[in-house]
Write a protein that binds this ligand. Structure first.
Ligand SMILES: C[S@@+](CC[C@H](N)C(=O)[O-])C[C@H]1O[C@@H](n2cnc3c(N)ncnc32)[C@H](O)[C@@H]1O
Length: 209
């Protein structure tokens, strides 16, 4: 396994233990995104045997759901933090088909070119700082023509103190992600919603290469 990148290493060494117990309260839209993406794949006739990757898979919350919704898919989870991948290995240990877990910083060499039917980024891109543009370019490279990208993530906040606090937690909240997705993928679903009375907004996006 590749070494966990600093400074995320220290952050997730602690947070891996409490991740699943806490994140349901603010990482909104993850399960809906997986269901929508599975439906979109089925709608274009590509759900059976689909090749699907989640980049920044963390503790495997979405991989487990993907395995349920797409039981014949070949699933790959990519993450750069071993403590998170250790949790993911447990989360997917009971799935019908084995899930491949890869420890690396996602980039152009992480997957084969034109090989994937669906690539998921769930609350990952907002932590790729720098690197979100390169990650989206890599996803375009790895998706087959007509393949889908599915993203749920933080969008923005009107509160400067909250933006700073999220920065301390390695999250950038500048509304910078939706335009980057529009530039690279043809949208088939796009939504932005307020959280906690408008303290921040989160978005979901499904787009086609
Ligand atoms: C907030 S967690 C999201 C986990 C999961 N996708 C979810 O929705 O619960 C972000 C994950 O992205 C991973 N990550 C951050 N930068 C990465 C990179 N460049 N390549 C791969 N994974 C990365 C982190 O290690 C972390 O596990």
């Amino acid at each position: 396994m590749e070494r966990c990148h600093e400074p995320l290493a220290g952050y997730y060494r602690l947070h891996a233990r409490i991740y699943d117990a806490t994140r349901w309260s603010f990482l909104f839209g993850r399960s809906q995104l997986i269901s929508q993406a599975a439906r979109a794949l089925a709608g274009q006739g590509g759900a059976a045997g689909a090749r699907v990757a989640e980049v920044g898979c963390g503790t495997g919350h979405n991989l487990r759901r993907l395995a349920r919704e797409l039981p014949t898919a070949c699933l790959t989870g990519i993450d750069l933090c071993p403590p998170m991948l250790g949790r993911a290995a447990k989360a997917v240990s009971g799935t019908a088909r084995p899930v491949e877990l890869v420890c690396c910083a996602y980039g152009p060499d992480s997957l084969a070119r034109d090989s994937m039917d669906l690539i998921v980024f769930s609350y990952a891109l907002s932590m790729f700082n720098p690197g979100f543009e390169a990650a989206l370019d890599a996803a375009r490279l790895h998706l087959r023509p007509g393949g889908l990208v599915a993203v749920a993530d933080f969008c923005d906040t009107p509160a400067p103190w909250f933006r700073s606090w999220m920065g301390v937690n390695h999250v950038r909240m500048d509304g910078h992600l939706p335009p980057q997705l529009d530039d690279r993928f043809r949208p088939v679903h796009r939504d932005i919603r307020p959280a906690y009375g408008g303290l921040w907004r989160w978005f979901s996006f499904i787009g086609r290469k």
